[in-house]
Design a protein around this ligand. Structure first.
Ligand SMILES: [Zn+2]
Length: 214
């Protein structure tokens, strides 16, 4: 089971990834995590990546792809993996295909968790944090007893800048622009599985399982 997992911020991708890991006993391969691991372990590509990161530069595709290729050869990924945050572009998708061809395997399913933008805005802008103790609430899904006041310590609740509507809409639009070509690419290959990301966590997961054909 070789998966790519796609989904906008707030779609619940992390939650579904955890369930997929448990069901299929496969690792989640997230670019940020494996880059940090390669740097920590001091692999040749990790050392190279560190150089770019220390200079505040973006780690080039060639290095990221090399690190992913190494990761996918590890034992725990022998029966499958969930790629998260990679590929983001068509050239990366093509490079990934080359890696997989070399390993004699292929992406089985590109799981795209889809949620309407307005629903995502509701989910993401509703978060409120306590200034005093850091407790988090949601105006719709987990409201405090008294509006604007922390249940735990009576502190004042506020909205983080990251959770403001304008910021959220910007992130959603970046995601959709960035992902559109990839969606088309995998759709053409017959690998795209669109999953409706609303309803209970279990409901959504049953759609993922069905889409994966087992
Ligand atoms: Zn509090």
């Amino acid at each position: 089971m070789d998966f790519i997992l796609l989904g906008p911020p707030g779609a619940g991708k992390g939650t579904q990834a955890k369930l997929m890991i448990d069901k299929w006993d496969i690792p989640q391969v997230s670019t940020g995590d494996i880059l940090r691991a390669a740097v920590r372990e001091g692999t040749p590509l990790g050392v190279e990546a560190k150089g770019f990161m220390d200079r505040g530069e973006l780690v080039p595709d060639r290095v990221v792809i090399g690190i992913i290729a190494e990761r996918l050869k590890e034992k725990d990924a022998a029966h499958g993996f969930i790629l998260d945050g990679f590929p983001r572009t068509i050239p990366q998708a093509e490079a990934l295909q080359e890696i997989l061809d070399g390993l004699g395997r292929d992406i089985d399913h590109v799981i795209s968790i889809e949620v309407d933008d307005e629903e995502l805005v509701t989910r993401l802008t509703g978060r409120r944090m306590c200034k005093a103790c850091g407790e988090s609430f949601h105006v719709v899904f987990n409201p405090p007893v008294e509006e604007g006041v922390c249940d735990r310590c009576k502190g004042e609740l506020y909205q983080r800048d990251d959770d403001r509507e304008q910021t959220i809409r910007q992130r959603l639009s970046v995601y959709s622009e960035q992902t559109r070509p990839l969606i088309a690419y995998y759709e053409k290959q017959g690998k795209l599985r669109r999953i409706e990301g609303t309803g209970s966590i279990d409901n959504i997961f049953s759609r993922v399982v069905k889409a994966a054909g087992n």
